[in-house]
Write a protein that binds this ligand. Structure first.
Ligand code: C2E
Ligand code: CA
Ligand code: CA
Length: 619
């Protein structure tokens, strides 16, 4: 048994620097220095209060050779006693040569592992690595020395392999697995940093947004393997057309994007877009089958003057949408006009929701005139949006957007309610509006609640005409549409086929739907005054309608001459600006009162004062 006061003198008198450290059970790492003596402080520069509590890394100075460092780690991990001789740094950075000995200790009671580290400062000799196990100085044993060096090299190789592995893990996280291009995540990070550079350095760049036009078709017809092959070949092509300064990414599905610095000149950007479109025109061949898959591209520039460069991707997407709507297989540049339009559409979308809430949709009426008597027989109800700041808006300004938003049913409901009120107001005023025609959209014609809405509108179905667009009817001639048409018939609603002649297979539509009324589209009517050669077409449409027992309406009657020609040709009813533009309920009431219901005094039988033709139920 050695008395503790003898142990205490190790602190003061031992010339070797000594430290005791608690080790990690898992990997032998020096977790925490718990004690050191005065020689340790003298050699390393750390006094006890600084060293205690620190990890072993304070013993690894920046000038310690990498190989020695790895050697230390390897030995610690294996709980092996060992020595090193190397250059190292003191706390203040001074370089000195040292020998370190490490001895593994363990506490049988707690199971804790400890390291005893002793440090001796050496003179300026050649570095040596000692092996305490063999007791031989490696420097004096060339074999052993080269074995140790070999081991160090191996460890260094291992270290660089690990480094590569870490890099490839990072790469996988950034790479699209199928094509090897950057994935969406990496693209987003990159875009952010390109935008930061734009803001700080003014480096402008282009975003080239690429979308395949018929990818789904390839997938569906040739299978997913073919789809994958197509995506890989597109990726290869994009790699081929770009260089290291560009960023090429697959955002998912069949969407790709390229970021290209503008420094390469605008020409290089349009040239790139041209080339991609061109190359994609070549057929794609898979399994000896050939198919076409073109691409559409939207291009936008992130400019230094932009207030909000973050939206450049949305701009490119907008341009892509434009390219698609222009017929696909092409590219479009994002323009200020598109910018204004996209802002306007956004505004319109939110305004429309509000408009439904405030019930801002109102019915306007356009008279239909009996070609023989000149008297009003009906009015077509045309919706208007009574916009709080923009005034009265025509359907062309909002109906498509409303349809995309799924708001047509809601708008119908609002206008139908207003129509019912308008009709009873007109009745109360004692003016005669025999019937009213409403337009029905494609979606509503396949919606069973449409019948319910008509029944519950409070409008006499016998007074109602429903105008169906020929193209709508043909697209949707499913069982449900047939059922709705039969129901309308049953209710006593009159059917009219609208815009006749603008769709395809017009006669087939006519035969299948058998409407009571045929409305000739205004594009056939308008030229008949100036170009007599267009009249035979109108004549034959009238002939077809008549032969099927239908009443024929000429739309777009803008002048007295139009009116005369079409009535001579046998049209039953006339509609157009000549008799009146679509007007509000009040204006219609005033016009009816003023005219007593006669809108065309030039009508053939007006002067003759024949009994006016009975107003057919089927108007
Ligand atoms: P439409 O059913 O063919 O309606 C006739 C359109 O031609 C109306 O445009 C009308 O103002 C216009 N028009 C009438 N006479 C003349 C003329 O002599 N010359 C010229 N150049 N144009 C004339 P509006 O009111 O802008 O309606 C456009 C379209 O919107 C309608 O075409 C119809 O398809 C649709 N629409 C209108 N109201 C409704 C509605 O309540 N529901 C649905 N689903 N669609 C509606
Ligand atoms: Ca119509
Ligand atoms: Ca029409």
């Amino acid at each position: 048994m050695v008395p503790p006061q003898i142990f205490n003198q190790i602190n003061d008198k031992c010339t070797e620097g000594l430290a005791l450290a608690l080790a990690s059970d898992d990997d032998g790492a020096v977790m925490e220095l718990r004690w050191c003596n005065k020689a340790f402080t003298r050699i390393t520069g750390y006094d006890a209060s600084e060293a205690v509590g620190q990890r072993g890394t304070i013993l690894i100075g920046p000038d310690l050779e990498q190989g020695v460092h790895l050697h230390i780690i390897e030995k610690l991990m294996n709980w092996e006693n060992f020595s090193t001789e190397a250059r190292n740094n003191r706390k203040n950075g001074d370089v000195y040569r040292q020998r370190m000995n490490w001895t593994h200790l363990s506490d049988p009671e707690t199971g804790d592992h400890w390291w005893l580290c002793s440090i001796i400062e050496l003179g300026d000799e050649r570095p040596k690595i000692l092996n305490r196990e063999t007791g031989l100085q490696d420097a004096t044993d060339p074999d052993n020395h080269s074995r140790v060096l070999e081991k160090i090299r191996r460890l260094e190789r291992e270290n660089s392999r690990l480094h590569e592995l870490a890099k490839s893990v990072a790469r996988d996280a950034n790479q699209d697995a199928l094509t090897g291009l950057s994935n969406r995540r990496h693209f987003e990070v990159e875009l952010k940093s390109w935008i930061e550079d734009l803001k700080s350095l003014g480096t402008e760049f282009a975003v080239i947004y690429i979308d395949l036009d018929r990818f789904k078709f390839v997938n569906d017809t040739l299978g997913h393997d073919a789809g994958d092959r197509l995506l890989v070949s597109v990726a290869d092509m994009l790699r081929d057309l770009t260089d290291d300064t560009d960023l090429v990414a697959r955002l998912g599905g069949d969407e790709f994007v390229i970021l290209r610095p503008l420094a390469k000149s605008a020409l290089s950007i349009s040239g790139l877009a041209d080339e991609i479109v061109l190359r994609m025109q070549a057929p794609f061949i898979y399994d000896e089958k050939s198919t076409a898959c073109t691409t559409s591209i939207g291009v936008a520039i992130a400019k230094a003057t932009m207030q909000d460069p973050e939206r450049v991707l949305v701009d490119a997407d907008e341009a892509l949408y434009h390219a698609k709507s222009q017929g696909k297989g092409r590219w479009s540049f994002f323009t200020d006009e598109m910018h204004a339009k996209s802002i306007a559409t956004k505004q319109l979308t939110s305004d429309l929701l509000l408009a439904c809430e405030r019930r801002e949709f109102i019915p306007y009426f356009q008279p239909l005139i009996d070609a023989e008597t000149g008297r009003l027989v009906s009015a077509e109800m045309l919706v208007r949006w009574s916009h709080p700041s923009r005034g009265i808006l025509a359907p062309g300004e909002f109906l498509d957007t409303a349809a995309n938003m799924g708001l047509l049913k809601r708008i119908d409901e609002i206008v139908f309610a207003a129509l019912q009120t308008a009709l009873s107001n007109l009745d109360d005023a004692g003016v005669d509006l025999p019937r009213v025609a409403v337009n029905v959209s494609a979606a509503r014609l396949a919606d069973p609640s449409f019948i319910h809405d008509i029944k519950s509108s409070g409008i006499d179905p016998g007074r109602l005409t429903v105008e169906i667009l020929e193209s709508v009817y043909l697209d949707r001639m499913g069982g449900l549409v047939r059922w709705i048409i039969d129901e309308l018939d049953e209710l006593g609603v009159t059917l009219a086929l609208d815009d006749f002649g603008t769709g395809h297979a017009s006669v087939r539509a006519l035969l299948e739907i058998r409407p009571a009324i045929l409305k000739i589209d205004r594009h056939f009517i308008q030229p008949i005054v100036e170009e007599a050669s267009t009249r035979p077409v109108v004549a034959s449409i009238i002939g077809i309608g008549k032969s099927l027992g239908m009443r024929v309406v000429a739309e777009g009657v803008e002048t007295e001459e139009h009116a005369r020609i079409v009535s001579d040709m046998g049209c039953d009813y006339l509609q157009g600006y000549y008799f009146g533009r679509p007007m509000s309920e009040h204006d219609l009431r005033d016009r009816l009162m003023e005219t007593g219901g006669t809108f065309w005094t030039g009508a053939p039988s007006y002067f003759a004062r024949n009994t006016p033709r009975a107003i057919g139920r089927a108007v």
